[in-house]
Design a protein around this ligand. Structure first.
Ligand SMILES: *Cc1c(COP(=O)(O)O)cnc(C)c1O
Length: 383
């Protein structure tokens, strides 16, 4: 009966339809979606601009390969380049592939091999990105891993200073560790990475797969700091649910990725590009992004107020609309009860409830979510 590999511990929900921040299952039960397909549906489900862009492209053609010139790839690349400090884009299909491209490019450009990443990081499931991920549970059973990956403690400038030398091809880092517990990087730490990369001729790679595309209230999270990475990687929110990833790099890196060096059959697929173009036209907009900051601040302050007298919540932290509720105990049970109570959330590490609402969430929906979280956790912890 079950013909799928059991790689996911799936929820007992079969979706019937989804619109905005609401998912309805096949029994008619309604859920408020604070997961957004894991930071993917940043405009909510079935945003009309994305629906019509995809429909329009379907009427033209939907796959011809990268042997042809592509205006729509150029247009999306322009949107990405104009809204970042980077100059060139490589399109692929996922976050892991974007990070693979970054790691391959770093080795080819620098002609060095060592890669520094951080504990509790998450960069993907392929051999390269699994090796880049600083979590033993992700590596378990798949060894030997790719060589020359080193994991350092996050936000630790001294450890980085000790490890950096001129054999390092790249340092890869998340500005906010998503899967690892919604842990924001400090300005000092991220600045130190950039400084040491410059000093040793290493590439500074920022994994924006989860934090990019408006999630933190900037087009890309690194723009909250005064940083100038050599490479950033994107996926999740880029296509509003159509599969697409991208690696953005500085001009100087173009020479190392000439014809025949790297590629992807589906990369930059026109349907995904149409979705990305529509998504970015809405999100890369000053007022839209300012609104994300306001809503994020509101969510954080309402959650802080809700738990001010409760010591089972130790911290509410995040950036824009990626928010973590750090709890004293493990959160897996609470997340199940939240779901039964109509709110979809995720864990981040063992003790953090992660909230990733659509960026189009309304204040009413935020209030409703905070109420459900408060009632659920208070009931849970009073048992
Ligand atoms: C989800 C994620 C990835 C992996 O993306 P896939 O599309 O699942 O390959 C990589 N890095 C970060 C930070 C992520 O959150």
């Amino acid at each position: 009966m079950d013909a799928l590999f059991p790689t996911y511990a799936r929820w007992d929900i079969t979706v019937e339809s989804a619109e905005g921040a609401i998912i309805i299952d096949n029994t008619g039960k309604k859920y408020l979606d604070f997961v957004s397909g894991i930071a993917v549906c940043n405009l909510g489900h079935r945003h009309p601009a994305v629906v019509s862009a995809v429909q329009e492209q379907l009427e033209k053609y939907w796959h011809v390969s990268n042997l042809f010139k592509s205006d729509i790839q150029q247009e999306v690349a322009q949107q990405l380049v104009l809204n970042s400090d980077l100059d060139a884009v490589f399109f692929c299909n996922s976050g892991a592939e974007a990070n693979e491209a970054a790691l391959k490019l770093a080795r080819k450009y620098t002609q060095k091999s060592k890669v520094i990443t951080f504990k509790q990081s998450f960069h993907g499931r392929t051999f390269g990105t699994m090796a880049a991920t600083g979590q033993e549970k992700i590596h378990s059973g798949f060894g030997p891993l790719l060589h020359e990956f080193v994991y350092l403690p996050y936000n630790d400038c001294d450890a980085l200073e000790r490890e950096m030398d001129d054999t390092v091809a790249a340092v890869m880092v998340e500005v906010v560790q998503g899967e690892g517990g919604v842990i924001p990087g400090t300005k000092e730490f991220l600045g130190k990475i950039e400084e040491l990369c410059l000093q040793y001729g290493s590439l500074f790679i920022i994994d924006e797969v989860q934090t990019g595309i408006g999630r933190t209230g900037k087009a890309f999270a690194y723009q909250q700091y005064n940083l100038s990475p050599d490479i950033i990687t994107l996926a999740k929110g880029l296509g509003s649910g159509l599969p697409v990833g991208a690696m953005l790099g500085k001009e100087k890196l173009k020479e190392a990725f000439g014809p025949g060096t790297h590629g992807s059959t589906f990369g930059g697929n026109p349907i995904s590009m149409a979705a990305a173009k529509a998504t970015l036209s809405i999100i890369f907009n000053k007022e839209f992004l300012a609104d994300v900051v306001k809503k994020g601040d509101y969510l954080q302050s309402e959650l802080t107020k809700a738990f001010i007298d409760q010591d089972f919540v130790t911290e509410v932290r995040g950036s824009g609309l990626i928010m973590g509720i750090a709890c004293q105990n493990e959160v897996a049970g609470s997340i199940t009860v939240l779901r039964e109570n109509g709110l979809l959330t995720l864990p981040a590490g063992a003790n953090v409830i992660r909230l990733l609402p659509p960026l189009t969430i309304t204040y009413e929906e935020i209030n409703e979510a905070v109420q459900i979280i408060k009632n659920t956790l208070v009931a849970e912890y009073s048992n």
